[in-house]
Design a protein around this ligand. Structure first.
Ligand SMILES: [Mg+2]
Length: 251
């Protein structure tokens, strides 16, 4: 049996599941098989509630031993959750200060209104305080994929928003999130930051890890992991990831 990497880290949206959607049973069972043999991390810009709905609640029948090898890193690893004594516990959270949070919320709303991108018909709130991250979702957190694609087919609106907000928040980092969202964190917080924190948390060096993500292109939110020098595998969506895992598990 060929040995697996000591740890396999995954992006969540469009890598393990469609954006904001739960794991398919096929993917859930592959993750459980992987957890029998190696450590697994999920790292995403999303918050822990999304990890619960998309991942944790789908891992039916997981044993405590399997879950003890699962490392959850919401909001790019500014938070870390582990399964301890029968429950998911927050191990740390690096939150924005109230001043940082308030200025991020105010600036991103002002910029969106000025650019004419502040929508009134939305699926849930546009702005969200995720503790360590403020997120702007143009059409709301629960917007359907079709509506998001139609709103900004080229990504130009999102880029304009990101640039304008960044110019007014020099002390913070404004980054492209999902298809219609931008994330605001402390400077230097991206998935590479999360992967470095993961080294301490999991006790696995970067060169023993494999990262799998759908946005490893230079503009993608997975790219910082590749730039960090971690071995990466690019995928085009969760069915592609499933095939990669089936190959790895069969080897
Ligand atoms: Mg993704």
């Amino acid at each position: 049996m060929t040995s697996l990497p000591q740890l396999i880290a995954f992006d969540l949206d469009d890598t393990l599941a469609p954006s904001k959607s739960p794991l398919d049973p096929r993917m859930a069972s592959l993750i459980l098989r992987l957890l029998d043999r190696t450590k697994v991390c999920v790292i995403s810009g999303g918050q822990i509630s999304q990890f619960r709905a998309q991942v944790i609640e789908r891992l039916d029948g997981a044993t405590a031993e399997q879950l003890s090898r699962l490392y959850l890193m919401p909001t790019c690893g500014t938070q870390h959750y582990r399964y301890v004594d029968g429950d998911w516990r927050q191990i740390y959270a690096q939150n924005l200060t109230p001043e940082e949070r308030d200025s991020a919320l105010a600036v991103v709303e002002a910029v969106a209104r000025e650019l004419g991108y502040w929508e009134t018909e939305t699926w849930g709130p546009i702005l969200e305080d995720r503790g360590s991250q403020v997120t702007f979702s143009a059409l709301g957190q629960a917007a359907p994929v079709d509506a998001k694609t139609a709103w900004d087919p080229t990504g130009a609106k999102k880029s304009a928003l990101r640039e304008a907000a960044q110019a007014r928040l020099p002390e913070l980092e404004v980054r492209s999130g999902g298809s219609t969202s931008i994330d605001i964190t402390r400077r230097g917080i991206d998935k590479a930051y999360g992967m470095r924190r993961l080294v301490e948390q999991a006790g696995v060096p970067l060169d023993e890890m494999l990262f799998i993500g759908d946005r490893l292109d230079e503009d993608g939110n997975d790219y910082p992991v590749k730039a960090l020098g971690v071995e990466c595998r690019a995928v085009t969506g969760w069915p592609d990831t499933a095939e990669v895992l089936e190959e790895m598990l069969a080897a």
